[in-house]
Design a protein around this ligand. Structure first.
Ligand SMILES: [Zn+2]
Length: 157
């Protein structure tokens, strides 16, 4: 447990964050928000203090895929929502928490993750692309350089 970490405080933290624990195993717990904009807004968190997704290792890393899939299935079943949005930000509380948001068309959620005035553009195959007027796309050459650096990093054992 990390001192001062609200997520490590488990149920005491839940009371403060206004949420309810609905499941736990030896590595993970799931809570449901009691003051969300949509029904079935959940948090999946490791019991152990793991600061960010990049720090995920050990048995939590091994079980993550199965646990997140199972939780999303339960959220879909309980709410009837066809989709569950999954977000990990990491710049708020420094204890890994995955936001799982049951989502239906027309509810309070959308898929925009960009600041500023959002404009949309219809792509030739019909899907809609969103971008921000204040934050236009960065130079493609820079993006290609980063892509190559990630490729090199992932190629290392
Ligand atoms: Zn913690």
């Amino acid at each position: 447990m990390s001192d001062g970490c609200i997520i490590c405080r488990k149920e005491a933290g839940d009371a403060q964050l206004h949420r309810l624990e609905v499941w736990r195993d030896e590595f993970w717990r799931v809570t449901i928000s009691l003051d969300a904009e949509v029904l079935g807004f959940a948090y999946l968190e490791p019991l152990r203090h793991i600061p960010t997704i990049a720090d995920l290792d050990g048995p939590e890393a091994q079980s993550f895929g199965a646990v997140i899939a199972r939780t999303c299935r339960a959220l879909k079943q309980a709410t009837g929502a066809p989709l569950v949005y999954v977000y990990i930000f990491g710049d708020g509380v420094a204890h890994l928490h995955v936001h799982l948001a049951a989502h239906r068309d027309g509810d309070a959620l959308n898929s925009q993750m960009i600041r500023g005035e959002i404009v949309s553009e219809k792509m030739p195959d019909g899907f809609e692309r969103f971008f921000s007027r204040e934050f236009p796309a960065l130079p493609e050459a820079d993006q290609r350089n980063v892509a190559e650096a990630v490729r090199r990093s992932l190629a290392m054992p």
